[in-house]
Design a protein around this ligand. Sequence first.
Ligand code: NDP
Ligand code: MG
Length: 380
Amino acid sequence: MEDVIIFGATGSIGKNALDIIRSNKKIFNVKALCTNANIAVLKKQVDEFNPKYVCVADPVQADKFKDVLKKGVKFFYGLSGLKEFCSLESDISVMAISGIAAMEPLLAHIPHTKRIALANKEAIITGGKFIFNKAKKYKTEILPVDSEINALYQLFKSDGKVERVYLTASGGALFDYSKPRVAKITAKQVLSHPTWKMGRRITVDSATLVNKGFEVVETNRFFNIEYKNIHVVIHRESVVHAMCEYADNTIFACMYPPDMRLPIGYALFYPQARMTVKGIDFSKRFSLSFQPVSFEQFPLLELVIKAGSEDNNKLTVLNAADEIVIDYFLKGKVEFKSITKILFDIYNMCPAYMLKSVSDVYKWDTWGRGKTMELLDKLC
Ligand code: NDP
Ligand code: MG
């Protein structure tokens, strides 16, 4: 039995991971579950999977939760509780906390697990080198769950020198909208993604292609591929997740229906391959399309890649700004186009500094949040 800990159990990735475990209870034991505040969903998960350890990071919700827990379950709460929770030992841990909030638990937990199935991308794009250094030191395996990066991980196992890679992008919910229509877009429209069901922030990031920019940076951080050899291509169907091109121009593509359980299952069952989703049905006619991406249509894609390739503090600041402005947009306080405006403004006003430690990452994250709030105060 493999002991599994899930950080961010109540989110989209966390629920998918538990779905896989539900069908493989003889292989995986859910040792511990952690969430921020969603105690209603957590309660159901605890009743079903009987973890020995549970953590609720939000102190207010934690207070309501501790009385409903069964005897024998050890409960951790608040920030100090989360810190303690991170030193629980596991065979595999799924890191599915969203945002930069994942960084601290991820770094703290690396010495205590053999493998991390890493869904979170914000920690990698801001503090990737510190995470990979620590994982190397403690010989902890990090397997990417983000589907495009996971596809590349699988593809790199085949022999041959990879010259360049292609990441596919569905184009998000607004791809076919005209500019004036995009200007009046509501949160509900942005949140109806054509192919994937995901958390709210990543769904908005898919519409601006900030998410794809992050994945370009993830690809660089995970595999050391130069930015000039990482290409983005629009592929509306989300069946091809990534492609590798070899020196003779042969391309290998990784294909499966858009369902995150496949890359999560890959990271859980690795190095074995087990079925987690229905495969592609070739008995029915279907077609796949590819088209070039336009930086004019998606200026934030270019900006994020630029910030990533500068390898300084700017991407940390952009990530912080993006999280806050998306929150404002989803609450109806600013228009969709403010996301682009704020990110360009913040990029231009941010002085460039190298990040020498994780505390530098936090420092610039805080700076980015502060400046973004100032800019938003003027806008609202
Ligand atoms: P969701 O918003 O659906 O879930 C986030 C989870 O993290 C929830 O369980 C939430 O708890 C928890 N959480 C948030 N903040 C904290 C905190 N401070 N402390 C403890 N727990 C916290 O996000 P997704 O599942 O969509 O995404 C998770 C990560 O995976 C993101 O980094 C995303 O970019 C990445 N990813 C997601 C994909 C997807 O298909 N969804 C695909 C590829 C990558 P609560 O519910 O209580 O708020
Ligand atoms: Mg992805």
